[in-house]
Design a protein around this ligand. Structure first.
Ligand code: CDT
Length: 307
């Protein structure tokens, strides 16, 4: 048995005016709950430190940059790393990263149980658009504010397990899971900010969106025999609703923990990494069963070409 007790630390709404320091205080409250419940790893959402700012059109790059972190840890986030070190709890969270070269990424980091950053991932599948779109009920400007991630889908050995990360929209793409599956991933952590309604399709509401979210994570977990921990930023941010639905999914694709509300909420499960072994050595033993001679089109071609 290789058990890691994992906390999914869902965050409720963060308003535009909320400071980083106030969000970090909320994260520390969740970390303390996680400590009391024996967690060894706590996963927070995408862009955990701020409101989901890509819903706002900002022509001024100086204003855009105020949502980004030029260093990690920073003065504001150091208490999280101190907590990690003091209590032996690894943490993972997403933030907007501004590199020394001036590049902007939607990034996630994971630490070991001593608060050292051991993994970094930059979001590959950026949804949305670049310019203000009058046809939408609200904006989703990730393609304007971020570059596509340049690190691929790396994995790391940590806490005796192979871990990887992805971010929000990445969870909808089977390639995300398979690229990590091919590296033997046993735990994928991911955070998301998913609007409860579709800005381009009135009538597509929260139930529909929660279904798609779980469908993807359950399929990714099962088809790659890996744990998946998906954590939402939820609630109504400055009038715009984000769905909750944080889940921990086991390597058979079953949801073993699920958040009930749309506020700050911790879900916990003792995740045995050895539960991955059966799937990885039988139906999803990639070395024996994959037929890569038929998969070339996946990397040769991006869009659809009809016969
Ligand atoms: N943050 C993020 O990636 N959200 C997307 C919304 C898609 S609609 C433009 C998601 O896939 O949940």
């Amino acid at each position: 048995m290789r058990e890691i007790t994992i906390g999914g630390a869902q965050l409720g709404a963060i308003q535009k005016t909320d400071s980083r320091a106030s969000v970090v205080q909320r994260m520390l409250v969740l970390l303390e709950q996680a400590r009391q419940q024996g967690c060894e790893l706590v996963v927070f959402p995408e862009l955990a430190l701020t409101t989901f700012f890509p819903r706002w059109f900002m022509p001024d790059q100086a204003e855009v940059d105020t949502w980004f972190e030029a260093e990690m840890p920073s003065e504001a986030t150091r208490p999280l790393f101190d907590f990690s070190r003091e209590h032996g709890i690894a943490i993972s969270f997403g933030y907007a990263e501004l590199t020394p070269e001036g590049q902007h990424f939607n990034t996630s980091i994971i630490t070991d149980r001593q608060g050292n950053i051991v993994g970094k991932y930059r979001k590959v599948h950026l949804p949305g658009h670049v310019e203000f779109d009058t046809a939408r009920d609200f904006q989703h400007l990730e393609k304007r504010y971020f570059l596509p991630g340049d690190l691929g889908f790396p994995t790391w050995e940590s806490q005796g397990a192979v871990m990887g990360m992805c971010i929000c929209n990445d969870r909808r793409w089977p390639e995300t899971y398979r690229v990590m599956g091919l590296q033997g991933v046993e735990l994928i952590t991911l955070g998301y900010n998913t609007p409860s309604i579709n800005s381009q399709k009135r009538g597509e509401g929260e139930e529909h969106r929660l279904f798609h979210s779980e469908l993807c994570m359950q399929a990714g977990a099962y088809q790659n025999a890996t744990w998946v921990v998906g954590v939402a930023k939820a609630g109504v941010e400055d009038g715009f609703p984000l769905m909750g639905g944080s889940v921990i999914v086991d390597p058979n694709g079953f949801v073993v923990a699920r958040a009930q509300g749309q506020g700050d909420e911790l879900i916990v499960h003792a995740c045995d990494m050895d539960l991955c072994n059966f799937g990885k050595t039988t139906i999803f033993d990639f070395a024996r069963h994959r037929r890569i001679e038929h998969y070339g089109i996946i990397t040769r071609q991006t869009g659809v070409q009809r016969p």
